[in-house]
Every structure is written in structure tokens, then in C-alpha cells.
Design a protein. Structure first.
Ligand code: ZN
Length: 404
């Protein structure tokens, strides 16, 4: 007789220091199950940004170790179970299988990667930090809502300093597995603590988490890099300008629904894109910096619209901001500017609509050691602090030089 896997709808998340598995009995023969057994594989060769969902095809049940055996009452009407594993380490990827006595087949694997919450901040923690700042600096801080994500998370911005004269604007996490709040929050705190004078003159607005749904999945342990929103749309291809032109960056096709660069069914189709557009309208800032790259870090490597390369006047305007930012950042003598962002991207939209200096911040040239940490999700708290401090100094230089 054919056998069936014992459990289904298995979900796995990492929260508050433990891995939580939830699952339900499969329909067939479920009245017989008197236990569940949890098996685990430590995936030592898993590599972020190289391995995706298909990695699970490369592991097998034979590699797993039994970590627990839980009796259940077959008479009990519940078919939903919960299991917590506290014996995991952050920065390691695990695969889980479930079995039951008398059934040879197993369910799984499901994969999870426990992550450090200082390097991958949960949505609630970001919101709490913003509210704490509002309480501590009621005259210098304001919070504003710009809409809701697909899963109904509020998309909020925080403005510090002069609300009537917002000079700089920042957008984080347009791509879920990239950078934003972890760098920006400590920048905001330092500016409020040390640069009140500069802030009285010029305001700065931050929309730190533009893609909260998918970011939260990475925060809660999805091991692989996530990029698009919960609808599968790349927010950075969903803006209005040039949207109708199909782009082939990274060898991908923006009109393909399954592509990580899918542009969406129409311009501004996504609530997250509309929230960012609302934020831009609200700020009326002189410049926009959008944080990208990977796993919470980006550097002073600035991408502008690839269609702006021959607009010398515009590039000069960009340099006004980029020269002091680069100087303050303190790594290079020369500005790293690349003509790279596509049609439908936020920088291109701002270039075409307002000729506004607008940049995606990426990784650029860094040492092999730092590159390995950033692209493979091995960033440390020290590295995060270092880069956050560099961005802080870059922003201070811009405030001092452009808004004298
Ligand atoms: Zn990106």
C-alpha cells in the first residue's frame, strides 16, 4: 500500500531566541499517530546570496539527527502542533524533518536561519524605536504614515529637524534582503544627540522600511535573499517613469511574473510603491538616498539613472551632495558614481520627474573580507556600527557644506 507523509502546512520561524515549528496532521491515517519526531540537519555549506529555495533539494533525511520525540494523544481532536527548538545558533542554517511512528515517509525539509536582531531588526522593534525617539525629542521628531503594505503593515516615515525645510530624504529596504533601518536608526539617534544646530536649519526624512512584509520573513529566518514584495513585484521597477519598457538587468526580464525584477501589472500597482511616492511628495527634499546592497549594509557607492549619463548639469547637481558625503564617509578620495538604475526604478523616476539627485547606494569596492561578510550574511555588529558611523559622518558633511 502506498504511504503518505505524516504532516503538512509546516511553518518555521525564528523569534525571541528560538525556532518555532507549527504543523498539522496530514489527512490520511491521522487517527493512528501517537507521536511526532523532530529531525534536524545543520546546513554548514549553506551560502546566502548563492543558495535559494532549491538548496533544500541538496539535503536528505539521511543527513538528519533525531532531536526530539513527542507523544501525542490520538484521541485528541486537535491536529495542530507546535514545537520549539532552543538549541540553535544565530547565523547557522537548519533544516527540519518530521516523522511519526509506523510511517516510513517523512515530512519536510523546512529551512530556517536564526538571525541576530540587531543586524536584522524586526518590524515591531523599528516602530518602537521610532516612537521612543518621538517621546524623547517631541520638538525635533515627527512620524507620518504613508500607507500600508500588502499584509497591512503601516509604512511610516520619521522626520528629524526642520519640518518646513526638509533637505535630505532616505529610503530603506525597497528590496527586502538589503539595507535600511539597521544603519539608519543609529544615524538618526546620533544626529539628534550631537547635531541639533544643523537640524534646526535642515530637516531629514527617513522611510526606513519600504518592504516590511518580505523583510519580516528574512528577519524571522527565511534563509535566502528576498527581494520583491509579497505580490512578487520588484518595487524598484514599479515606478511610473519608463515602466512600459522591458529591462534586462542581471540577465532577468522585468515583464516575467516569476522574475526577481518583475515590474508588476501596471505602474504604481503596489501599495509599497505608492507609499514611497507619497513619502517623496511629502518631503519635497533636495536629494534622495535609497539604501540597497545586502544584509543590512551599503556603502558610499552611488547609482544614478543609467539614462542620466549625458546630462552634465544633472550630474553636477548630484556631485554637490556626493562630494561631501564621500568625504565624510572617509574611505575614498573620489566619488563613486555609476550610471546603473533602470526604467521603473525610484532614482530614475525622480530623475525624469523632478531632475532630483537620487541614488541607490550599493556595495562598490570594498576589501574581499568585507565583501564576503556583506554578500554572504556574515555581517557583525562591529561592521554595522562602523558603516553606520560612516553614513552619519557623510550626512553631517552634506549638512555642513550644502546648507551653510
Ligand atoms: Zn536593491
Amino acid at each position: 500500500m502506498r504511504e503518505f507523509a505524516p504532516f503538512r502546512n509546516i511553518s518555521v520561524v525564528y523569534e525571541e531566541g528560538k525556532v518555532m515549528l507549527t504543523f498539522i496532521k496530514a489527512q490520511r491515517h491521522r487517527e493512528k499517530y501517537a507521536d511526532f519526531q523532530v529531525y534536524r540537519v545543520t546546513c554548514d555549506d549553506y551560502l546566502f546570496n548563492e543558495d535559494y529555495e532549491d538548496y533544500q533539494n541538496h539535503i536528505s533525511f539521511e543527513q538528519s539527527v533525531l532531536i526530539d520525540h513527542v507523544r501525542i494523544n490520538p484521541e485528541d481532536s486537535t491536529i495542530t502542533y507546535r514545537y520549539e527548538d532552543c538549541t540553535v545558533r544565530e547565523g547557522v542554517t537548519y533544516a527540519y524533518y518530521l516523522k511519526t511512528e509506523g510511517v516510513a515517509l517523512f515530512s519536510g525539509p523546512v529551512l530556517v536561519r536564526p538571525r541576530n536582531n540587531k543586524l536584522w531588526m524586526p518590524y515591531k522593534m523599528i516602530e518602537n524605536e521610532m516612537n521612543k525617539l518621538l517621546k524623547s525629542y517631541p520638538d525635533l521628531v515627527s512620524i507620518r504614515n504613508h500607507g500600508y503594505s500588502i499584509r497591512q503593515k503601516e509604512i511610516n516615515s520619521i522626520t528629524i529637524g526642520n519640518k518646513e525645510n526638509i533637505g535630505l530624504s532616505f529610503v530603506g529596504l525597497i528590496h527586502a534582503g538589503e539595507s535600511g533601518p539597521e544603519l539608519m536608526l543609529s544615524v538618526i539617534k546620533k544626529l539628534l544627540l550631537e547635531q541639533k544646530e544643523l537640524l534646526f536649519k535642515t530637516g531629514i526624512s527617513f522611510l526606513m522600511n519600504a518592504n516590511p512584509d518580505e523583510r519580516e520573513r528574512n528577519v524571522k529566518g527565511v534563509p535566502w535573499y528576498l527581494r520583491v514584495n509579497a505580490n512578487g513585484v520588484d518595487i524598484n521597477r514599479n515606478f511610473e517613469s519608463g515602466w512600459e519598457v522591458v529591462e534586462y538587468g542581471y540577465g532577468l526580464d522585468t515583464s516575467m511574473v516569476s522574475s526577481p525584477t518583475y515590474r508588476g501589472a501596471k505602474p504604481l500597482s503596489e501599495p509599497e510603491t505608492r507609499a514611497v511616492a507619497d513619502f517623496i511628495d511629502f518631503c519635497h527634499a533636495d536629494v534622495m538616498f535609497s539604501f540597497h546592497c545586502l544584509s543590512s549594509i551599503c556603502t558610499d557607492s552611488f547609482l544614478v539613472s543609467k539614462y542620466a549619463e549625458n546630462n552634465h548639469e544633472y550630474i553636477e547637481k548630484c556631485m554637490l551632495f556626493l562630494k561631501p558625503y564621500t568625504k565624510g564617509f572617509g574611505v575614498k578620495d573620489k566619488v563613486s558614481i555609476y550610471y546603473g538604475t533602470s526604467y521603473g526604478s525610484l532614482p530614475h523616476w525622480l530623475y525624469e520627474k523632478y531632475e532630483m539627485p537620487a541614488f541607490d547606494l550599493e556595495l562598490g569596492d570594498v576589501s574581499d573580507e568585507i565583501k564576503d561578510m556583506v554578500i554572504h550574511d556574515r555581517v557583525t555588529e562591529e561592521l554595522l556600527d562602523e558603516y553606520s558611523n560612516r553614513h552619519y559622518k557623510g550626512i553631517c558633511e552634506v549638512l555642513k557644506n550644502v546648507y551653510r
